[in-house]
Design a protein around this ligand. Structure first.
Ligand SMILES: Nc1ncnc2c1ncn2[C@@H]1O[C@H](COP(=O)(O)OP(=O)(O)O)[C@@H](O)[C@H]1O
Ligand SMILES: [Mg+2]
Length: 224
């Protein structure tokens, strides 16, 4: 359902974030995208969402070439995606519930429907009791689970999570990963980037990136 064909991304002259990446990810997989900082993980995830476009090669999702989508079609693609990107901070002046309702409000759902679905999403990440709290009163792990609830409230087919366990202790990181794994069990494809080796055994498959290229193991990713 996700295909990269010989994808390269050159941000500026001779600065390559990805080099000749070809891969395919099937529906229902839980993929760990592993590699050190600067390997190209965020760039790869952003390409699936159409946030960044390839310099050469093509990326397709469900058979649709993302690079050829018109700007007006991007919102339809994004509705199939649950994005947990590092740039997308929670709004600190709104409640947890309001944060999770936001994607629904933006797409025109009624207030009551948005609230019902946002509460259900919070239930799925075990944060129903924090609905009325402000994000800054939550732990880092809880905030990351709010971000997951916000990402899944539109019932996406694919979740893209960029280093969701960064800055979390092992216990909180495990809770975040369990929440993501539960969505995979329900049929959602999950792609999770991480520069941390300790969680890789939870994945159905690990894709290693190093200097913008796919490599065959963690050790070759670090050695490059
Ligand atoms: N917007 C950008 N402009 C220029 N260079 C960028 C940009 N985003 C990323 N890069 C460069 O591309 C490479 C890969 O970055 P990134 O995809 O963020 O890797 P990772 O997420 O694995 O740390 C790095 O060398 C980074 O400096
Ligand atoms: Mg990154």
């Amino acid at each position: 359902m996700i295909e990269f064909n010989n994808v390269s991304k050159e941000y500026s002259r001779d600065v390559y974030a990805l080099r000749d990446v070809s891969l395919s990810i099937a529906a229902g997989e839980l993929i760990f995208l592993a590699g050190p900082s600067g390997a190209g993980k965020s760039t790869l995830l952003k390409m699936i969402a159409g946030v960044e476009k390839p310099t050469s090669g093509s990326v397709s999702v469900n058979g649709q070439d993302i690079g050829k989508l018109k700007a007006g079609s991007l919102p339809y693609l994004r509705r199939k995606l649950g994005l947990i990107l590092q740039e997308q901070k929670l709004l600190l002046d709104r409640t947890v519930l309001a944060n999770v309702m936001l994607p629904l409000v933006v797409t025109g759902a009624s207030g009551t429907e948005a609230e019902t679905r946002a509460r259900a999403a919070l239930e799925k990440v075990s944060l129903a009791d924090k609905a009325n709290a402000k994000p800054q009163s939550l732990s880092g792990g809880e905030q990351q689970r709010v971000a997951i609830a916000r990402a899944i409230v539109n019932r996406p087919q694919i979740i893209l999570a960029d280093e969701p366990t960064a800055f979390l202790d092992r216990d909180n990181a495990n809770k975040v990963l369990s929440a993501l794994k539960a969505f995979q069990s329900a049929g959602v494809t999950c792609i999770i980037s991480s520069h941390d080796e300790q969680f890789l055994d939870k994945a159905s498959r690990v894709i290693y990136l190093s200097n913008g290229r796919v490599t065959d193991s963690w050790h070759s990713a670090l050695a490059a």
